[in-house]
Design a protein. Structure first.
Length: 68
């Protein structure tokens, strides 16, 4: 069932945020596994994109479903 409503740009942005955050989590685990201890703060902050992207994606999906 295709919808004629225009696509929102929020969902692809949320998916990109989630992907970048997940990649940052993998990088942190890999760096800790290789013995690095003092990581830059931006790497730790980048991991927050994962739950933020998930939250924005869920909200965008719920809002889009209510409009249909």
């Amino acid at each position: 069932m295709a919808s004629n409503s225009p696509r929102s740009a929020v969902l692809p942005v949320a998916m990109a945020m989630f992907g970048v955050g997940l990649l940052a989590i993998i990088v942190i685990f890999a760096l800790f596994a290789t013995g690095h201890q003092d990581l830059p703060a931006w790497v730790s902050l980048a991991t927050l994109l994962c739950p933020a992207g998930l939250i924005f994606g869920v909200i965008a999906t719920v809002v889009r479903a209510r409009r249909s």
